[in-house]
Design a protein around this ligand. Sequence first.
Ligand code: SF4
Length: 402
Amino acid sequence: MSDCTVKIGDLVIGKGRPVAVQSMANTSTADVEATVKQILELARAGSELVRFTVKDEEDAKAVAHIRDRVREAGCRVPLIGDFHYNGHLLLSKYPDCLAALDKLRINPGNVGLGSSHDNNFKTMIELAIKSDKVVRIGVNGGSIDKELYAHLLEENRHQNTPKSDRDVFLHAMVESALQSAQKAEEYGLAADHIVVSAKISQVPDLLKVYRELGRRSKYVLHLGLTEAGQGVKGTVSSAVALGILLNEGIGDTIRVSLTPQPGQSRTQEVYVAQEILQSMGLRAFLPQVVSCPGCGRTSSTLFQSIALKVSEYLRERFPIWKDMGFRGIEDMKVAVMGCIVNGPGEGKDANIGLSLPGRGEDPKAIIFVDGQREGLVSGEDLANQFIARIEEYVKAHYQGGN
Ligand code: SF4
């Protein structure tokens, strides 16, 4: 666990605080309209920090406008600017850009070579100090500090029992992150203004890197499997990697770096991150739907479609319920079960549950509320009847807090 806390806008992370969900926009930052729209979508989906790239002068000029529009929309989500290669130039030339950001992400592998590496890094850190900004030292396996890696490889060659080049590479990522953080402190940036990350795309590599970071770092850690991929592969590998590390107490913020499926909303990465934290019992974001996988005992099409409809309904209604002042709904459990083998048990264990009787039935199901069998719903409209009962339950139990 990190020794420090870091305050970013209204959000405090680290030292046992709840693990925060982060996401990154994929719009062109210079397109203020599109970027504001996506930041608001991500924040509404539950992203607690939103990052976007600042790659050139057009992007840098847009940042203050983005901040103004996001705040005018009533959204307080901390905004993070992601800088590579020219951050020292952009942040020096565009003080409005610097002022508008809550946090800077600097990749020590992409700040220049030789003496310009140190000078550029120092420039950005000094600007961050002057404007009281938090900095993430964000190492990435795809853009490691080549000079440091070459130096560590050379050092390793002279050892009696040299490590593999891969292990030296992973160690170089940790060294790059920690040496940069230490340098930032030497330049005057307080440890409680530093977040560290060292992301890589393979799960076993990430475990090695973060376990070393967890042992050696006092800083708040941002955690993520970079370039996780698409769909099931990206979701599962992120969940495995983050789940293992979070279970070991490593990580203060997380991002799930999913490649969106064509046409898929960027918010998917936020939902996956939330599900990882909620399934581990670390956070509660949304009412949980308990549903069985189905088997030969149920007419699975009906059961599957009810489970899907209820899940979508809860996700859509949850922010509206929150805006209406309802509190505690994220702890609500809804069961949708395929038959009487496990249906009544799970139905009673949930706040509100539905169990189909089994295979070949007319469309009808038993509803359970707070552990008691309440009655039957039936007919083609069964899913909507159950949803209407959920709505009544929420209004009766969560209005004005629970
Ligand atoms: S609850 Fe019934 S339908 Fe669902 S998996 Fe269990 S036995 Fe099969």
